[in-house]
Every structure is written in C-alpha cells, then in structure tokens.
Design a protein around this ligand. Structure first.
Ligand SMILES: Cc1ncc(COP(=O)(O)O)c(C=O)c1O
Length: 456
C-alpha cells in the first residue's frame, strides 16, 4: 500500500487448534487486542470524546468495541485514521458517499454556493432544479419536498399517508430500517415514534397478504424498502413488491417505497428496475452530493396536501429544508456525476464483485455469502438462504466479527455488519484488493470457518 502509511499490525493467531466456539472467540479476542494496540490515537480520542458525548459517540452505528477508528482525512476512495493507517473505503458512508471523498464537481458546487450566501431565509433556485431532476428520474414522483435526512423524510411520508387516508395503521417489516426513530431490527426500538405499526415478515407473501387483509380498512400505508439495506442487503422479491402494490391499492392504503439506499441501484431506483410504481417514495443519502438531505415525493394529489396556497395546508417546516449547500451539491452531483450511464456502470461493477466474492466462498467451501444488488452488498456468515431478517439472526456473529477486524488489518474499511457500498471512485484495482483480502481471510481462517459449514 502507499508509502506514507503506517503498516497494519500483523496477525499470529494459532490456527492449528481444533475449531470450536472457544477457539473462534479466542481468535476474535486476539484480533481485537491487536487492533487496540495498533490504534492508540483512536482509543485516546474516543476516551476524550466520552467526556462530552455518551460513549464518545453521536451516531450509534459508528460504535464498535473496543472503540471505533477515528478518521483524520479522506480523498477519493481512501481514508486515513488518526494513527496514520490507510484504508480503502468500501463503506462509502453507508451509501451517502457515492461520489467518493471531495469530488471536484461537488466541491466546486459547494464553494460556489457558499460564495453566494447560504442562510437567506427565502426560497432559492436550486431546490426547484433538484426537484426537477428527481421528478425526471422517478416517474412516480410528481411533486417532491426536501428534508434534512432520510429519517425525517420517512416521518413526513407517513404523516402524509395518515392525513391523506384518514387512517392510522402502518405496515412495516421486521429488519427494516427507516431511520433512528423508525427502526425495526428485532421487531422495533424503544426510541421509535409511537405510530400504530403492524409488523410483517419480509418476502413472506402469503403471511403479508393475510396481514393486509386483516388490517385493510385501518391501514394508512405499507412502508417498505425494496431491498432491506441496514437489515443486511436482502432484496425484496419482485413478486413480493408487486403483491404489496396490488394489495395496497385493493385496500386503499398507500404504498411507500423507502429508496433512501436503493434509489442508487438504477437511474430510476429499484422501482424503475422492477416496474412497480409506489404512491410515495422516500430518498436521501447521495442525492445531496454527500451533504445533509432527505426527500419524499410522489402522487400529486397526496403531495398537494403540503401546498401552502391551500386553505388548510399540511405544514412541513424545517430551517434547513432548502439549505443552499445541499441543494447545489445535489444538483451538481445528479446532473453531472451520477448520470443514468454512471448508475448502470457502478451497479454492474457491484454485481461482478459480489459474484466473485460468492464464488470465492464456494471455492473455499466456507459458510459465507454476499447478498445484495448492484453496488450494495452484505456479508452473511451462513450458507443457509437469506430472505428475511429472521434468517440473518441464524448467522455466526463471531465469524463476522473476525472478518471485520481481519479486513481492517488488511486496510479494507467496511461496516462492522459486513456492509459494503461501492463509490464511483472504486475501480478494478480496488476491487482486486478486496478480493485479495477476502482470499487471505478464507485461507488463513479456513479451519475456523469449517466448523459451521453445511454439507454441500
Ligand atoms: C432505507 C433507509 N431509510 C432511511 C434511512 C435514514 O436516513 P438518515 O440516516 O439520513 O436519517 C436510512 C439510513 O441508513 C436508510 O438506509
């Protein structure tokens, strides 16, 4: 790797011991200790931050034991931590970092916006332009509104569905993530907003049909990710998503696609790929060029509730809804960088990479698999089929933990849960580096991995 880097610590776990949970736990313990030793500056920074932030943290997903790496700077698809290690960034800021770090086009747009004044307390021209770009890409979006985050956009989409239908229940799916207060891993979170949620099982067609029938007349909306993103990159079956479309229409509920992550899978999102038009769509992450943003939009009759020229409009406030920096960065990014052709090429690269990683797992007879679509993928440490979050619960958490620390040691940065989101800066050489690192993991940890493999 590049010269200015400090080397990553080497590994010397004994591999000849018989594979058992204790051996695996010991290997994880050893990997964590080596990590801790190699990253004193990150450790000290998190300890210092703990004086002011709970656990030194202001974004829960970024924490992992013993402490997370603290990054100093980034460029393109590379990151450098406080201890001077260099990483290839395969996390891509959980999909918001689609353009890589400090993309010049985005940077120019941001600089130019800053030069013109940012907090003007009035409409600007850029929000209309970003709206035009989004409506052009997503035919199901006739009108759109901007928010500061995907979470906020989902909250507003649900509010719109409830007021439009005059109903209160919302069907969501176990394992789904629609934001910090709309999280349904293991069924839900005490921090969730208190809507009247009905929980379905992802990809369970007959079960979900029965649920919709049972709650039909009370159901305001079906809120679904076309692929569970945070829940492990589990694609929704097109037939499942089509069924949701048909059933929602049949009972008079709105279908909301949360495409905060999946909209990058094609020029018109996953809805464009499978030909299912939701009533409302929620967007976020990369659509602001990497700046804070969210958006919700859809059918004109539903979105018109927010038209302030109406006698009794639905209010949607937010100081930063039309933040000049986010709007300008989004316009530049969508019009000049993430063109339909760029979307196609990036997702084709992701498909090839995921196929290669799965091929590797098969060659080593390792109980691992990579699920996902296009540029998004997630490791699962099981060889059993993964179709819902219930299946994810069966995987081997220790193997995943070991994989994470082994990747960091080899200079590959990804989410602890095994999530990868390719940025436009990731090219063939970077994919080769990842394939090489995974190959080393499979080779070096062969014995530990063999303990959980199902007969093939
Ligand atoms: C599908 C989905 N919806 C909503 C959100 C929340 O977006 P934000 O983090 O911008 O609030 C996320 C974030 O990961 C997401 O993946």
């Amino acid at each position: 790797m590049q010269s200015e880097n400090r080397p990553h610590p080497s590994r010397s776990t004994p591999e000849s011991a018989p594979a058992s949970t204790a051996t695996l736990a010991a290997a994880v313990h050893f990997a964590r200790s080596a990590y801790s030793e190699a990253n004193p500056a990150s450790r000290q920074q998190i300890a210092a931050a703990s004086a002011y932030l709970p656990g030194g943290n202001t974004r829960s997903v970024l924490h992992y034991p013993p402490f997370p790496l603290v990054m100093e700077r980034a460029a393109g698809c590379r990151l450098w931590d406080l201890d001077g290690h260099e990483y290839l960034d395969f996390l891509g800021e959980f999909t918001a970092g689609l353009y890589g770090h400090s993309n010049e086009i985005v940077r120019d747009a941001v600089t130019s916006a800053l030069g013109k004044g940012v907090n003007m307390g009035a409409p600007g021209r850029m929000e209309a332009e970003l709206g035009r770009l989004l409506c052009g890409r997503f035919p199901s979006i006739q009108l759109v509104r901007f928010t500061n985050s995907g979470t906020e956009a989902n909250l507003l989409a649900l509010a719109a569905a409830k007021t439009f239908t005059g109903r209160s229940k919302i069907l969501v799916f176990t394992g789904a993530y629609h934001g910090g207060v709309l999280a349904f891993a293991r069924g839900g979170s005490p921090a969730n907003v208190p809507h009247d949620f009905v929980l379905g099982t992802y990809n369970d067609r007959p079960g979900t049909e029965s649920l919709i029938d049972a709650h039909g007349q009370a159901l305001a909306a079906v809120l679904v990710e076309p692929m569970l993103g945070s829940g492990g990159c589990i694609p929704g079956d097109p037939e499942f998503l089509r069924m949701l479309r048909d059933k929602a229409t049949a009972v008079g509920a709105l279908l909301i696609f949360d495409e905060v992550m999946t909209s990058r899978l094609g020029a018109g999102g996953r809805q464009g790929l499978i030909g299912v038009a939701p009533d409302l769509t929620v967007l976020g992450k990369y659509i602001g060029g990497g700046m804070s943003i969210g958006a919700f939009g859809g059918r004109r009759d539903i979105m018109s509730q927010f038209d302030p020229r109406n006698p009794q409009p639905l209010a949607h406030a937010g100081t930063f809804n039309n933040n000049a920096v986010s709007m300008a960065a989004g316009v530049a990014a969508l019009s000049q960088i993430y063109t339909p052709a760029a979307a196609q090429a990036l997702n084709a690269r992701g498909d090839i990479l995921r196929d290669r990683l799965n091929q590797l797992a098969r060659e080593f007879a390792a109980p691992l698999q990579w699920t996902g679509l296009g540029s998004l993928m997630n490791l699962h440490c099981t060889d059993k089929p993964i179709r819902s979050s219930e299946d994810v619960a069966q995987e081997d958490a220790l193997v995943k933990e070991l994989f994470f620390f082994d990747m960091l040691r080899q200079g590959i940065f990804l989410a602890r849960r095994g999530f990868i989101a390719l940025s436009l800066c990731i090219g063939d050489p970077e994919c080769e580096r990842l394939v090489g690192a995974v190959t080393s993991f499979l080779r070096e940890r062969r014995q530990l991995l063999s303990r959980t493999a199902s007969p093939r």
